[in-house]
Ligand binder design. Structure first.
Ligand code: SAM
Length: 271
C-alpha cells in the first residue's frame, strides 16, 4: 500500500475535522485504527484506509476520524488558568453581568468532561451568589464517545486523582459500588452537552461571556485555525466576553481579538 492512499485519507480527515496528520504519524494511524479495521472485516489498516478514501462519507468514516482525535484531559488542567479564572476573570464577568444576573459559558472541545466540571466545582466553591443567577453552561466535542462519557460523569480512581483537590472528591462525587466515582447530579445536570464540529458554525447557541477552547487548536493547520476562530468570534459577547486558549496555543495574528494578560494567563476579547 502506497503512502499516497494514507495521504488521501489525511486530506479527507483535515477537510472534515481539521486535524492535520502526515506520513510521520503512520504508526499512530495504524495503532488507532487497528481495532476498527478488524471489527469491519479488513485484514489491515491499509485496507480500511483504502476503503475510506474510495467510498462516500458515512458512519465508518466518522468512527475512524473519532479514533484519531486525542482526548487527553484532566481535572483543573493548568492550575494557573483556574487561579486566573477564580481571582480575576469570573469576578470581572460577574460584575459585567450583574444587572442581568445571567452568565453564559461555553467549553468547546470538552473531551470527557473534566474541564467543564472543574469550572463548575470551582464556581460552586467560590461564587455562591451565582445560585440565584441564570447560569447557562454549554460543553461540546466532536467525539460521540467522549460526549457519552462526559454526560455520564463517571471517572475511575486514577482519573479523579489527576488534578482534583482531594477534598472535592467526597463533596462533589458519589462513590459507586464498582469503585468508580460519579459527579454529583447537581453539577452534571447544570451542563448542556452537544456534538459540535468546530469547523461548523453552531446554530442556536447564545453569545457567551466566557469560552474555553483549550488544547485543541494545536492539532490544526493555520487555515483551519482562522476558520475556527471566525466561528468562535461570532459566539463571544462583544463588550466583555473572554476567550481562553491552552497554555501553548496562540491566536496567530487574528486581528479580531485583543489579548489581555491576567496574571500569567492570556485571555482574548473580541473586537
Ligand atoms: C486534547 S482534548 C482537550 C480537552 C480539554 N479542552 C482540555 O484542555 O483538557 C481535544 C479535544 O478536541 C476534540 N476535537 C478535535 N477536533 C475537533 C473538532 N473539529 N471539533 C470539535 N472538537 C474537536 C477531540 O475530540 C478532543 O476531545
Amino acid at each position: 500500500m502506497s503512502l499516497e492512499t494514507y495521504a488521501q485519507f489525511y486530506a479527507l480527515l483535515e477537510r472534515q475535522v481539521g486535524i492535520q496528520l502526515d506520513h510521520t504519524k503512520k504508526y499512530l494511524t495504524d495503532s488507532r485504527l487497528a481495532h476498527l479495521a478488524t471489527e469491519h472485516g479488513h485484514d489491515s489498516v491499509a485496507s480500511l484506509v483504502k476503503f475510506l478514501t474510495t467510498s462516500p462519507i458515512g458512519s465508518l468514516h466518522w468512527n475512524a476520524f473519532e479514533a484519531l482525535t486525542t482526548n487527553e484531559t484532566y481535572f483543573f488542567r493548568d492550575k494557573q488558568v483556574f487561579d486566573g479564572l477564580a481571582q480575576t476573570v469570573l469576578p470581572q464577568l460577574i460584575e459585567a453581568r450583574r444587572s442581568e444576573r445571567a452568565l453564559r459559558i461555553y467549553c468547546a472541545a470538552a473531551s470527557t468532561g473534566q474541564e467543564v466540571y472543574s469550572l463548575l466545582m470551582m464556581m460552586r466553591e467560590l461564587f455562591s451568589d451565582l445560585k440565584a443567577w441564570d447560569v447557562f453552561v454549554q460543553a461540546s466535542d466532536i467525539s460521540e464517545g467522549c460526549l457519552e462519557r462526559a454526560k455520564l460523569g463517571v471517572y475511575n480512581l486514577k482519573e479523579v486523582e489527576r488534578g482534583l483537590p482531594p477534598e472535592f472528591l467526597p463533596k462533589y462525587f458519589d462513590k459507586l459500588p464498582d469503585g468508580n466515582f460519579k459527579i454529583a447530579a447537581g453539577i452534571r445536570d447544570a451542563v448542556h452537552f452537544s456534538r459540535q464540529n468546530l469547523l461548523d458554525e453552531p446554530a442556536g447557541y447564545p453569545k457567551f461571556d466566557l469560552i474555553l477552547l483549550r488544547n485543541v487548536l494545536i492539532y490544526f493547520g493555520n487555515e483551519t485555525k482562522v476558520r475556527i476562530l471566525k466561528n468562535i468570534h461570532k459566539q463571544l459577547a462583544r463588550d466583555h466576553g473572554l476567550l481562553l486558549l491552552g497554555a501553548t496555543e496562540s491566536l496567530l495574528s487574528h486581528a479580531n481579538f485583543r489579548a489581555e494578560s491576567i496574571g500569567k494567563v492570556s485571555f482574548y476579547a473580541a473586537v
